[in-house]
Each structure stands twice: as C-alpha cells, then as structure tokens.
Design a protein around this ligand. Structure first.
Ligand SMILES: Cc1cc2nc3c(=O)[nH]c(=O)nc-3n(C[C@H](O)[C@H](O)[C@H](O)COP(=O)(O)O)c2cc1C
Length: 369
C-alpha cells in the first residue's frame, strides 16, 4: 500500500504538508523558534497572540502550575496565567515578513486580539495581512487577564459580540479567518455558529478551561502564587482532552463542512487521530510541546501515519468525522440494547447456540421443573 498522505488543503487555499500545528502560546513566541519548528517538521504555526499595544501586556513570574498523577508523577494537567505576547507589534510584523520570505511553503497563522473597537480590529488585520501570513486566528477565548479589558473570553462567551467582531474582521480580511472558541460556555456551538454566520472560514477549539490548579498546603496560598496571591487561570494538557473532544464533536455535528482546527491535550498521534475522527481537519499542540519539546512532531506524524496504515486510510479526509455518526441519545442506546438482547435471546433458542457439549447443564437450562 502507498504511504498515506498527511497533506491537507484548507479553505481552498492553505496547503499543509502535514496537519500538525503549534498552537498559539509559548511554542510560537518569536520568529526564531517558529523557524526552528518549521525545520523540525511542523506543518504550521499559530503565533503567540499579538495586539497593537504590547506595552499594555505585563506578565508575572511564576505563571504556570502543574497537576501530577498521584502515583506516576506525570504531568496530566497544566494551568497558566500567561497573557498574550508582550513583544512590540512592529517587531512581530517584521518577523512575520521574514518567516514568509524564508518559509513560503510553511503555514503561518497570525493569532490576533484587540479591544472591542471596530477601528482597532481593522487596523490589526490590515497591517498583519500585509506581511503575507496565510490566515488569521481570532483569539476570542483567553480566559484570564484580558477579559478584564473586555478582550478574549469576554468576547467569545457572547455570541452577539462574536458575530460583531468577526464581521468587523471580515470587512477587511483578504485571507481565511478562523475564530478560536472558549470552552468556558454551556453551548460552544452558539458562538461557533455566530462566527461562521458572520463570515469566518473556520473554527479553532478549544482554548484553555478556567481553573484553579491547587493550593500549596504548606503556605495555604493558591497556585501559581504571585506575591502571595493568584487568579484563576487556563487549564490545558492531557486532562482537558475529553472535554475538547466533546466540544469538537458538537461543533462538527452542528456545522458540517466547516474546517475545524482541534486542540486540547494532544500529545501523541493517537490523541490526534481521535480529533480527526470527530471532525477536526487540522490539530494544534501547545502544552505537549512545552512539556516534551518541539521534536515530538516526528513522533506525532509517524504515529498518525501508522494509524492510517493499520486502517487502510490513504488520505486524511477519509478519517475526518468518521466516528461522528456514532453519537446518539441515551434513550436510543437503551432501545438498541433492548433490541440486541431480544435478538440474542432468539439466537440462543437455536440448537447450534444451545448444545455446546455440557449436555446435562444445557438440558437443565431448557427444563422448567
Ligand atoms: C502557557 C500558555 C499560553 C497560551 N497562550 C495563548 C495565546 O497567547 N493565545 C491563544 O489563543 N491561546 C493560548 N494558549 C492556549 C493554547 O493555544 C491551547 O488552546 C490550549 O492550551 C489547549 O491546547 P493544549 O492542551 O495542547 O495546550 C496558551 C496555552 C498555554 C499553556
């Protein structure tokens, strides 16, 4: 059998040589590390979210917290209270231009975020798209810090604001626009549908889950502790994967055909395969790369390829959404089980099912007295 292809085209124009992207965050924090990740084989990079006024962004240290397995000690969950990029906008524009010049075939997605002002969104989109990036990801989903400025999740949790901001962006964007969703809502389909209705070309999901990673039982202070205090942050890593899978499934079922870039706890090719099976077209990795290094991309690609060979898939499109049809209602499950039991009972009345050799027992089972 021919080697399966990991290549995929999205929005009729973005060509990925493989579907593994670094998600917006520390892995794509400047031009140098983005170039390194392309060299190592990542199919694309979503840059750390940028805004027009980096001077307003002030981070703390520490700003991360880990949740470890009780016995293994393995990091299963990760919390951060990190803000968007604090690097100057002009520096970013320059680096984006350079990256497109040196890596024209690698996909570069600009993650952007602005305040609730039409002119600000117009300006950031106009200026960033001049650098030649392949697409935008709108960060409507950061759960901490930025909502205090009515940015990030403060926009993304409100479908009307999502529609309005996406509409502003689409007024000036000449390249595909993906809206990145917050998982911190009851019905993720509502903001996702609002973004698509407003003209967005794809959905990215999920951003981090609002969380408190724990309390230091020595000091009694919550983590990560900054001068004795903290703020709830964003939870990511392996532990969030089931929630991400559920929300990807809901978006894919509600918005068939819309390209989804799925993320949340992907650390292996097997993790990624599950996102494709539930409707993702590309996948992104943030925490996995932070904990295990940029190099994991080779393993991710090899594992996904192996999975495809085992199932005789030759093209990614053959697995996208393949498991979506197997979600139903609980009442339907009960009905199916009832029917299966009835069929089994009928089957066991047949001689071939009855007489297996333990004849005394089998005779007893057919006897009423
Ligand atoms: C330290 C850290 C910083 C992040 N910064 C951003 C950001 O600037 N913009 C953004 O859209 N998402 C950001 N994210 C969220 C990730 O892109 C991703 O949505 C989330 O972490 C789930 O994926 P993962 O489990 O692979 O990390 C950040 C995540 C982490 C852990």
């Amino acid at each position: 059998m021919a080697r399966p292809s990991l290549a995929i085209q999205i929005n009729g124009r973005i060509e990925f040589d493989n579907p593994f992207l670094l998600a917006s965050g520390p892995p794509g924090t400047n031009g140098k590390v983005i170039a390194k990740s392309y060299d190592l084989g990542w199919g694309g990079v979503v840059i750390k979210t940028i805004s027009l006024e980096a001077a307003k962004v002030i981070n703390t240290a520490p700003r991360y917290g880990k949740l470890r397995g009780r016995e293994s000690g393995e990091v299963i969950g990760f919390e951060n209270i990190e803000l968007i990029s604090d690097r100057p906008f002009e520096t970013w524009l320059d680096e984006l231009r350079q990256l497109k010049k040196h890596y024209p075939k690698k996909v570069l997605i600009a993650s952007v975020m602005e305040e609730y002002r039409r002119e600000a969104w117009h300006e950031i989109v106009r200026r960033v798209q001049e650098t030649g990036v392949d697409g935008f990801e709108l960060n409507l989903s950061c759960p901490h810090g930025l909502p205090e400025r009515k940015m990030g999740m403060a926009m993304g949790e409100n479908p009307d604001l999502v529609a309005e901001v996406c509409g502003w962006v689409k007024e000036v964007a000449r390249i595909p626009v993906w809206a990145k969703m917050t998982p911190n809502v009851s019905h993720i389909v509502e903001p996702a549908a609002a973004a698509i209705k407003a003209g967005c070309d794809g959905i990215s999901a999920i951003n981090t889950i609002l969380s408190v990673i724990g309390i230091d039982l020595r000091t009694l202070r919550p983590l990560p502790t900054v001068e004795g205090y903290t703020v709830p942050g964003g939870y990511s890593g392996q532990a969030v994967r089931p929630i991400a899978l559920r929300q990807i499934m809901e978006i894919a079922r509600a918005l068939p055909g819309v390209p989804i870039s799925g993320m949340g706890g992907i650390e292996t090719g097997a993790d990624a395969a599950q996102f494709f099976l539930l409707g993702a077209h590309t996948v992104q990795v943030c925490t996995g790369a932070m904990l295990r290094g940029y190099e994991i991309v080779s393993e991710l690609k090899a594992d996904l390829e192996k999975f495809m060979v085992d199932h005789e898939f030759t093209d990614l499109r053959q697995l996208i959404g393949k498991s979506l049809g197997y979600f139903s209602t609980h009442a339907d499950l009960v009905q199916r089980q009832k029917q299966a039991k009835a069929e089994k009972a009928v089957a066991s009345n047949r001689d071939a099912e009855t007489w297996k050799g333990a004849i005394a027992k089998e005779t007893e089972a057919l006897t009423t007295n």
